[in-house]
Design a protein around this ligand. Sequence first.
Ligand code: FES
Ligand SMILES: [Fe+2]
Length: 351
Amino acid sequence: MNSKMITTFKHTDLPVHMTFSEHDWQLLAQHWYPIALARDISEQPSAAMLLDMPLVIYKMGDELIVAKDVCPHRGVPLSLGRHDGQGIVCRYHGLRFGHEGKCNRIPAHPQHIISDRFHLKTYATTEKYGLIWCCLAARPDDKPVIPDMPYWDDSDYQQLVCPFVDLNCFAGRQLEGFIDVAHFAWVHPDTFGDPDDVEVPDYITTETSYGFDADYISSVGRYPIGTEQRGQDNFNWLRHFEISLPFTATLTIHFPNQSKQVIMNAASPVSARQTRLFAPICRNYDKDLPVEDAYAFNLQIFEEDRLIVETQKPEYLPLDLSMEAHFPADRSSSMYRRLLRKMGFNPIFAA
Ligand code: FES
Ligand SMILES: [Fe+2]
């Protein structure tokens, strides 16, 4: 698989503290991930972390800037500074960075011409689904490659962007848990799973240009436990998954009465053992109910998964299928691992 070795980054441009193998890191850096909620971002600098790279996010009017959170002068995080209207000002010696991360003021030497060496290292960024996305390897004019989210732009649908969830696990383990259809009865009996409904009907997976799809039809509902019947009797629930490699999946749940909910599970790899999970949601029912209730229900489901994903061993994702045991209901996770391997990631992924 070393034929897929990509070396976009020089050693000096890699994160100082790398928790990934360099091979996996160089491959992962080619993809787009969410790094913040758009509603949290203003002119003022805010800190994020992606693939062990510390990032600062700030705005100049409508311009969104994502840069390495390291002052080119003496390495102080710019996220410690403040925006003064013309840029973000470093806490240490007051260097100021404005449009495109360019240094526009050196207070100690106001007459000096500012060399390029004082400009910030910026990264490609865009806003979509209420999230700020970033790709470390893309050039600023590259078209962002962001997974599609069904129905998000449909005017009949309400858009919700859940608060993010921080998990102490590898993004690959978290994503695999999201597409696992055999755990509902065991991990989610307090939200939507039924402890008596444990059997997993066969289902199909289909390889696509972005990864694969899975269509799972079962009797497992998705209304909160205890909700009054709304045509659920004998209803067969379709869960349509679209998995965009490496770490994003959307799940479209087909409810009774043509109601649908789409959940995007975008697992952002903070490090090899930390994940910031973003979850935009859209739905065409219950639009009059408080969004806080929908946030709380979905966050409770992710919290139920926390114990599992934070304790699985090994912490990395074994892409060599002989390393763990599998049963037919694991069709999706087996395909997930096979396709990640095909992309060139190490069999011991993110060790
Ligand atoms: S370290 Fe930022 S201005 Fe000196
Ligand atoms: Fe789960």
